[in-house]
Every structure is written in C-alpha cells, then in structure tokens.
Design a protein around this ligand. Sequence first.
Ligand SMILES: *Cc1c(COP(=O)(O)O)cnc(C)c1O
Length: 405
Amino acid sequence: MSVSDTQGALSGGRSYLAIPGPSVVPDRVLNAMHRASPNIYAGALIDMVQTLIPDLKRVARTQHHVAIYIANGHGAWEAALSNTLAPDDTVLALVTGRFGHGWSEMARAMGIDVQMLDFGRASPIDPNRVEEALRADTSHRIKAVLATHVDTSSSALSDMEAIRAAIDAAGHPALLMADCIASLGCDRFEMDAWGVDVAVTGSQKGLMMPPGLGFVFFSEKAAEARRRLARVSPYWDWTLRAAPGEFYQHFFGTAPTHHLYGLRAALDMIQDEGLEAVWARHDRLARAIWAACEVWATGGALRINMGDPAHRSRAVTALSLPAPGASDLRTWLEANAGVTLGVGLGMAEANDPAWHGFFRIGHMGHVNAQMVLGVLGSIEAGMAALDIPRGEGAVGAAAQVIAKG
Ligand SMILES: *Cc1c(COP(=O)(O)O)cnc(C)c1O
C-alpha cells in the first residue's frame, strides 16, 4: 500500500506538530502576541517584563538569577559556557545522546577542553562514573560538569540530584550545569533543591512559545565564576541582563516585544494549572504513550528506546522501528492524518547513515488526552496501512491509563 493512499483526504483541518520542539503554541499565547508594536522606552511593556522574572524563576524552582536572550537553545548553551568558562578550562561532559554531543562540540569550539563520559544512546547518566571521574581529578582542573537533563534524541532522563550528590561525594568544586531545554515545564526539575548552578532552556518546548527566547538561570556560585573571568563577549554577558540598570540592558538592545507578551501568557497558563499539575499531566500522558508502545512492541517491530520507565522523559519518546518503517510511518501520518512525528535524531546505527530506523513523539507543553490518543490512533492506522507487525490493543491500553491513571 502506498504511503499516501488517501491522498490527503483525511489530513485536512488543524494539523498537529507532534515533534519534540517547536511544540504546540496555545491560542492564548498566539492571541497575546497578536497586537500592535508596543513602546520599548516606557509604559506597559516595561512593567510587564518585571513580572516575568519571578515567574520564570518559579518554573525553574530557583531563587537566584535569570538572564533572557533573543536566541534559541544553542544561544542559551553558548551563554552558559561564555559566563562560566575561559579557553583552556576543562569541563566534564555527561552525554546521553545527540544534544550532549552538541553542547560538548560547542564548548570545544570555544577552546574549552572537554573530558567526556558517553553513556550511549539508551542509558541515563551513571552518577557513580561521575564521582569516579571527579575523584580522579585531584588538581580540580574540571571547572564545570555539563549534564543533559533530558536528551531529546534518546529521550533519556537523568537524575540531576544524584549527579549533584556525586560531585559532593567527590568533594569537587565544579559547577553543575544542566541542559533543561526539553525538560523544563514537562519533567520535574528543582534547580535550587537539586544544587544545580546553571540551567538553560528555550521558549519553544515546555514553555509553549515559538522559538526565539533562550533562558539561563544561574546560582550565586555561578555568578562568582563569571566575576572571575577576564572577559565575556558583551552580548552573552549575563551580568546586566539579570540585573539591568536600564530596561534596554535586559536584552542588550531592542526587546523581543511580541515574544515577551506570549511568554507572559504562557507563564500565566502554567501558573493557572499549577506547576505540580503540569508535571502530573505530562506524567499521565507519557505513561499512556508508553502503554500503547509496549503493546505494539509485542509484535516484534517497534521498540521503546529507553527500556526502563524510570529513565524515560515525560516530554518526548524515542522509538525504534527498523528502516524503512519509521520513515514510512512518519510520511504516512503527515499525508493521511495531519500529524507530524519527529525524525530519529542522532540515533543512526553504524550501517545506517540516515535516521530511518527511529522516530520520536513529542508530548511536551500544550498537550492533552485527546491529542495523545489522536496521535496514537493515527500511528495505529499508519501501522495497519503499512502492514507493520504490532501487538493488538495498544490504543485501548493508552485509554486505560487516561481513564484510570
Ligand atoms: C531542542 C534542544 C536543544 C537545541 O535547542 P535549539 O532551540 O534547537 O537551539 C538543545 N538541547 C536539548 C536537550 C533540546 O531538546
């Protein structure tokens, strides 16, 4: 059967981009952005931005500092590195997929010496190995530990609190820096309680915004590391962004006006629902997806990349479906159901230069039960159309989780 046998007849109406970022932007956010350009020198915008700061910190569970950048996640990565490290400093990079490699490559390009612990593409960070590596660093050359909270390519979720405990057990002074781009607002994250010094995120995942804003949260210890640096490029310097004397210093130039109004609406939505409830919703929806995938997996073709549910993100699920299954399924769903699934990023096997054997379901941000059941039902239809072997009753298993918890 062709991958687009209904020739688009069933894919009209509102489409659903079920990839792990950019995520679905709520109408409330879109409507808040739909307005005439505001004055950037005086008035409502300036007052409104002051309200964003405490609410952003609430989402990251920190009392400390936040700097906002007109940037995507890569910009937030660079900002975090720029404010804490100098060329020839050493970092310990804890890698659980493509994004851990990406942050490491950026550090290397900035002249930073990267010592890497690579946990592969289907395992979380092992805190014991972190402790061992830090104990071996008796001269304390390592200045920071870079950890991906959720690696969006593998959907591995790592335990940041355990990594902090490992750093402390080794008696090591390194900063703990966390990539929370995929996880913030989806998986539980407690910056201060878990002893994270720097947390980076972007606007277009759990924060339900279009791409374009990067956020760097930092502790007093990280602020002290910044003060010890001889120089930081002015655009990335977080000092004035986090404590501006003048409004324009927040953004080192023109404020991202409409994004800021969208962000206000997104933070209102998180506050109205309650952060704990947001995490609980992501947990329930993720478990519904896993329940369906586990049933499909009994047919022998599909496999959840992260075997142990304890190490799975609630924001994204990476799935293996040997080539050409994953690619055909994505194509079929887009053409026949109006659903776009994520490509398998950085998951290629040695003999598969592309990513045809993996796909990902994004379930971060503005997602509810009918959307998840719709995606799962559409995948069921796609598998049926493509004759992909699968266990029976997957969507029913997901419905059971939605119904009973
Ligand atoms: C999306 C993502 C990034 C990259 O963010 P961009 O906005 O695409 O630059 C980095 N790390 C993680 C974990 C991500 O999910």
